[in-house]
Design a protein around this ligand. Structure first.
Ligand SMILES: Nc1ncnc2c1ncn2[C@@H]1O[C@H](COP(=O)(O)OP(=O)(O)OP(=O)(O)O)[C@@H](O)[C@H]1O
Ligand SMILES: [Mg+2]
Length: 448
């Protein structure tokens, strides 16, 4: 059906909408008031939704909305999280009011945890939007490398949120491009699973926490508004342990656990004798949260990479193709040993703890279409250092690991490789790449 369909959303209820892959629909608020994950809908504006949108249009007072054409899944749900999330926001605002007047206090430090597809990112987004609507600038910390909410997948990020995260574009519109409203702090991890390279993950989590904790104490807006930490699904003991480490590193005071009893009770017993009070709050798994399959996740990751280079709207940004001389480049990859999944180990085999490992990429041909993180090249200003025969000196592995411990400057995606291995061309947001030291990720992206 391609006609407009109109739906009534009674007060306290929500219209859940899932658009099928490769199709589109438009959403319009016809009357009343409604919001999508904390972002108010403007009356009569048309919102474009694609196959990557699974949303809920919630109304506190009742609304009428229309969809054209009718999407694959659409229904009104009576049981919603709307009032619970609003009440949480009200409690957080009380903490913010205290932090604004008492110098020794900071705003709320919240971490959201739970299993996969429990509604964690949606809860973070809703609380961030409510904070922005209350005139605050909270800091969003994304510890889920599969999500890559604010830049590209394979990253851990912290981003001050100065504007509403909109229903159509999500975080992408806030961060893409040099004149974006906010600049995230980004660490490169390179894969989507937190256990793929556990040592590297632990290292950059600690680094990011230091930067975030410093920001909370130095930036008055963030000190008042606080931080909201999003995590990867904690499905097993290692995942739970990672959540517990994040609680400690980010000095979290309130953990919101979405529908995961094991995680909840493990955290309660782990922190019951902690010197600082940590509130662990159990919330039901969000009823509307939709399980997303691998195909959806891959499509969503590809779209994140596309919008990093081109902006949320097609051709909003103008990335450049930059040719890089291989002799000058310093490209590293995470070594096979460190990214092998547990399932690749022999039966009964134990993963050896070796620390993060990277190796130099010897030839550019394996990099075609690979997403590369550009990392700082400090201390190597007159690069490349050449040996007696005029060949560049290969940097020490430790040097590359140290580079992984620095925030990323930007990303590039390999577009073309010279068969003789002399150069490669990469799509990059800027034409003068400030560093030729790069670390590859497992993500590949081909321009269509
Ligand atoms: N109330 C709702 N109605 C409709 N869709 C929803 C609702 N809440 C969440 N969703 C959708 O369900 C999906 C899963 O939600 P979300 O991304 O918040 O889960 P998550 O716990 O962060 O998942 P992951 O473990 O993959 O990070 C998303 O596509 C989200 O847009
Ligand atoms: Mg998530």
């Amino acid at each position: 059906m391609s006609e407009k369909q109109t739906y009534t959303v009674p007060a306290g209820q929500e219209l859940r909408v899932e658009v099928a892959m490769d199709s589109k629909t438009t959403l319009t608020l016809e009357s009343g008031e409604a919001e999508v994950f904390g972002a108010e809908l403007a009356p009569a504006r048309t919102y474009n939704l694609t196959g990557l949108h699974k949303i809920a249009v919630f109304s506190f007072r009742g609304a009428t909305v229309s969809l054209t054409p009718e999407p694959a899944v659409v229904y009104v749900a009576e049981e919603t999280t709307g009032m619970t999330y609003l009440n949480l926001h009200v409690a957080l605002e009380q903490q913010r009011a205290k932090a604004a007047t008492i110098p020794s206090l900071t705003g709320p430090r919240i971490l959201v945890a739970g299993g996969g597809d429990a509604g964690k990112t949606t809860l973070c987004r809703t609380l961030l939007n409510y904070a922005v609507r209350a005139g605050k600038v909270p800091l969003y910390v994304d510890l889920d490398p599969a999500e890559g909410s604010v830049t590209v997948p394979g990253t851990l990020t912290a981003t001050a949120i100065p504007e509403i995260i909109g229903p159509e574009e999500g975080f992408a519109a806030l961060t893409a491009g040099s004149d974006a409203p906010t600049r995230p702090i980004v660490y490169h991890y390179g894969t989507s699973q937190i256990h793929d390279n556990a040592d590297l993950y632990a290292m950059i989590l600690e680094k990011l926490a230091k930067v975030v904790n410093a920001r909370v104490s130095q930036d008055p807006q963030v000190k008042e508004a606080g931080i909201v930490v999003d995590t990867a699904g904690a499905g097993d003991a290692k995942g739970i342990d990672t959540v517990a480490k994040a609680v400690e590193a980010f000095e979290i005071e309130t953990v919101l656990v979405l529908g995961n009893e094991r995680l909840y009770s493990t955290l309660v017993s782990r922190f019951k004798s902690s010197t600082k009070a940590i509130h662990i709050v159990k919330l039901p798994k969000a009823g509307g949260a939709v399980d997303r399959d691998e195909a959806f996740r891959r499509a969503s990751q590809r779209e994140k990479i596309r919008s990093y280079f081109y902006g949320f709207n097609t051709a909003e940004l103008a990335p450049c193709h930059v040719q890089i001389n291989w002799a000058r480049a310093q490209v590293y990859r995470l070594s096979e040993a460190s990214i092998a999944p547990d399932s690749a180990l022999p039966i009964g085999g134990e993963r050896q703890v070796t620390g993060p490992r990277v190796v130099r990429v010897e030839s550019p041909d394996i990099l075609l279409h690979t997403l590369l993180a550009i990392v700082p090249d400090e201390g190597q200003k007159d690069h490349p250092k050449l040996d007696d025969q005029g060949k560049p000196i290969v940097l020490d592995e430790m040097d590359a690991i140290a580079a992984l411990g620095s925030p990323v400057i930007g990303f590039a995606c390999v577009h073309e490789v010279d068969l003789k291995g002399k150069w490669f061309t990469a799509l990059a947001p800027m034409d003068n790449i400030p560093s030729v030291r790069m670390v590859s990720s497992v993500f590949r992206w081909v321009e269509e």
